[in-house]
Ligand binder design. Structure first.
Ligand SMILES: Cc1cc2nc3c(=O)[nH]c(=O)nc-3n(C[C@H](O)[C@H](O)[C@H](O)COP(=O)(O)O)c2cc1C
Length: 199
């Protein structure tokens, strides 16, 4: 499914988004628009070069070892069924990994941080180390983790600029998250970010 084109301008000052960013753990049930969803994915990993391949977030050697999975609840994003989706950077679209609302399962896999299950959208940032170790060896693991931090901050700031809020979770059982998402074993989850309207 192709996503709406990202906006390249906004209403809120950059400084204000930094000033107001904080980890939110309580969300309203209100649904997100497809445009908001699209914008968040673009900020996380979207291509920003016209006719090129470079992205919103830097990557050591431009090797891009990261993937973004979106966990969407029922009636949580306009025009979207509940499910797990993979962000396809190359053409700013999403593909369905599996149907169903797994927000509670992700929260349980995150040491039962059940507040997470109330967010309409949860973004999972994963790394596939082989894509970067090919050039940097063991050090590639460090680089991928640093890249996850860049993505996380972009999601935080983009959420804020859209009038939304985000949480960030590093405490989870990797294997359980992989199982719940039904993704490749080689896609190691590094950060989980619930996003929605702050309650
Ligand atoms: C790598 C990382 C992992 C984190 N893991 C969790 C987590 O599992 N659960 C949680 O509630 N907050 C988590 N946090 C959020 C921190 O608790 C939060 O950033 C910190 O309290 C500072 O608050 P602020 O983000 O509002 O400035 C994590 C933050 C980072 C950077």
């Amino acid at each position: 499914m192709h996503l709406p084109d990202p906006m390249l301008d906004g209403d809120v000052s950059f400084e204000r988004t930094i000033h107001q960013r904080k980890t939110i753990r309580s969300f309203e049930g209100k649904a997100l628009t497809l445009r908001q969803f699209s914008q968040l994915l673009w900020a996380a990993q979207g291509i920003t070069e016209t006719g090129g391949y470079k992205r919103a977030v830097p990557s050591a050697g431009a090797l891009y070892p990261m993937d973004i999975y979106a966990v969407v609840g029922g009636d949580c994003i306009e025009k979207m069924d509940p499910g797990i989706y993979h962000y396809e950077t190359a053409n700013h679209s999403i593909s369905l990994v599996d149907k169903g609302d797994v927000r509670r399962d992700i929260a349980v896999a995150s040491l039962s941080q059940m507040w997470m299950a109330h967010a309409p959208l949860t973004l999972v940032i994963t790394a596939e180390y082989s894509r970067i170790m090919v050039k940097y060896g063991q050090r590639g693991i460090r680089y991928a983790m640093i890249e996850a931090g860049h993505i996380g901050q972009n999601i935080f700031l983009q959420s804020q600029a859209l009038g939304l809020a985000a949480g960030i979770v590093g405490a989870f059982e990797d294997q359980k998250v992989i199982q719940v998402l039904g993704i490749k074993e080689t896609h190691e989850p590094l950060l989980i970010m619930p996003v929605g309207y702050k309650r």
